[in-house]
Design a protein. Structure first.
Length: 525
């Protein structure tokens, strides 16, 4: 008998008296020691299917069909049974750890809560178990992290804490919902290896939800491809990859950033450069806040970005990638020369810098977090026009419509709010907000990591087209080396604040000089 059996699962959500179907007759099974991957784009029903297994969908959901765990029916099960199963027999790892972790509790308290509830572990025994778990998921010096709050950890570290929480009670089934999306390639490889080892050691069933087919190939025994709430194709992993039968599966497999950016003109203007840039944050202790040391976020970074050129910055979480970009935009304090279009801006006042801000724009990793939920698309995109008084003679809605068309959005949707758009569309809004100001430099901080593979390809193509049309200089920060290779003319590799290697993209990928760069490329597969 299978550990988990899902038969003819149907899920609809009630909204304004109407039922909206999300899952349409899904059936699959999961055995002990097996990994089954649910694959598909956003909105395909993957997460809804997984949450249905232990009735976590809320009152608006209408669930029909059958879900049995270890012979017990989960649909319509009493709350007492569901509480016993959730987090103990069936554990979850979610995509966005910042929304899953309690911002008011320390890491130790959050982990000990589950251990006390399900295993009765408290005091020193619980502390030792927590340290062991944090070690297993790759948290360095876990003893020093026990008193930390979620906001004091990097995105990758928060995801590792989430994984430790899910594994704390040695579950029979682990449901991992996009668990490596926010992680660096090296940490991603470690986590996937860890999950595979634990699955074997504990004879655990692993239900792996992802849009990344590269990961599926490495971890899954069987694959279920979902589209529009249905499983359109299923089978052993090797068979699906070697001989995909459904057009949608073929489309997913073909969706990978490829090609190269257009060559940079020989006479291209130097847009921004740094010389021996350094960002150190003081560590202050005691009543008088005496400086006892420094966090060396960036050490001795020198680089140049020309018009029409993309410089990719890669490295693990905490390596200093984003800090370097923020320092170049004068958003945080730094030491060393920063030149923007022949002008040394490091000593410029805030007022002097304000007139340059329109020429330096940034697009963040999570568009939903960086777009105000209370503003319409039109208000979001036009905000910079009002601040910088760009082209006051032209109608603002006309300028917004122009920016939306350029970024592949329908101007008729400009009065909608962010939650009414898909993830890919929200990222296009974030790009349109930057592009409406006609900047010279665009910092792209992990702009594709939260997107489906097919949408990633679209965003990469869009960014390359905009760069060629306007001669934009890009600083492209990412842990996805395939996207970096497709986007960048040059690549800069960072590790713990140091620039360990930099050079032309193809040279660096073909002939990496340092062991660290070789490890990054190998981990990316």
């Amino acid at each position: 008998m299978s550990l988990l059996t899902v038969e003819n699962l149907r899920v609809s959500f009630s909204q304004d008296g109407q039922l909206s179907p999300a899952v349409r007759g899904v059936s699959f099974s999961l055995d002990r020691g097996e990994t089954v991957a649910l694959v598909g784009e956003s909105g395909s029903g993957k997460s809804v299917t997984a949450l249905s297994t232990v009735s976590l969908l809320g009152d608006s959901a209408r669930v029909e069909g059958s879900v049995t765990y270890d012979g017990q029916q989960m649909i319509g099960a009493p709350e007492r049974l569901l509480r016993k199963v959730r987090g103990n027999d069936i554990s979850f790892i979610f995509q966005e750890p910042m929304t899953s972790l309690n911002p008011l509790h320390t890491i130790e308290r959050q982990l000990s809560e589950s251990l006390a509830l399900h295993q009765g572990l408290e005091g020193q025994a619980a502390r030792e178990r927590i340290i062991d778990l944090l070690n297993k998921v790759g948290i360095r010096d876990p003893e020093t992290r026990l008193g930390a709050y979620p906001h004091q950890l990097s995105g990758g570290q928060r995801q590792r804490v989430m994984i430790a929480m899910a594994l704390a009670n040695k579950p029979d089934i682990l449901i991992a919902d996009e668990p490596t999306t926010a992680l660096d390639v090296t940490i991603q490889a470690q986590i996937l290896e860890l999950l595979a080892d634990l699955k074997t050691q504990e004879n655990m069933g692993l239900l792996f939800i992802t849009h990344d087919l590269g990961i599926v190939r490495r971890v899954a025994d069987r694959v279920c491809v979902m589209k529009g709430g249905e499983i359109v194709e299923t089978g052993p992993t090797a068979e699906i990859f070697e001989n995909p039968r459904h057009p949608y599966t073929q489309k997913l497999l073909a969706a990978e950033p490829s090609g190269h950016p257009a060559p940079v003109p020989a006479d291209a203007e130097q847009v921004v450069s740094t010389d021996h840039l350094k960002v150190w944050f003081p560590i202050q202790k005691g009543f008088l806040k005496k400086t006892v040391g420094h966090v060396k976020a960036v050490n001795d970074a020198s680089l140049t970005v020309r018009a029409g050129e993309t410089v990719g910055i890669v490295g693990e979480s905490g390596s200093g990638k984003t800090t370097l970009a923020l320092a170049m935009m004068r958003l945080i304090a730094s030491q060393g020369a920063i030149t923007f279009r022949t002008q040394d801006v490091r000593k410029w006042s805030t007022r002097e810098l304000r007139r340059l801000r329109a020429e330096m724009q940034i697009v963040f990793q999570d568009p939903f977090g960086s777009l105000s939920p209370r503003m319409t698309c039109q208000q979001i995109i036009s905000e910079g026009l009002n601040v910088h008084k760009v082209d006051p003679t032209r109608d603002k809605r006309e300028l917004v419509a122009e920016a939306m068309r350029e970024t592949g959005l329908d101007p008729d949707t400009m009065d909608r709010y962010p939650h009414e758009f898909s993830g890919g569309q929200r990222q296009r809004i974030a790009i349109a907000r930057a592009m409406v100001l006609r900047p010279r430099l665009l910092v792209l901080d992990e702009p594709t990591s939260a997107l489906d593979m097919t949408v990633q390809v679209q965003i990469v193509d869009l960014l390359r087209d905009l760069q060629q049309k306007y001669g934009l200089a890009y600083l492209f920060i990412s842990h996805d080396l395939k996207v970096v290779r497709a986007m960048s003319h040059k690549v800069l590799v960072m590790k713990q604040g140091d620039v360990v290697e930099q050079g032309a993209t193809e040279d660096l990928f073909s002939r990496p000089r340092t062991e660290y760069t070789r490890a990054l490329i190998a981990a990316a597969g």
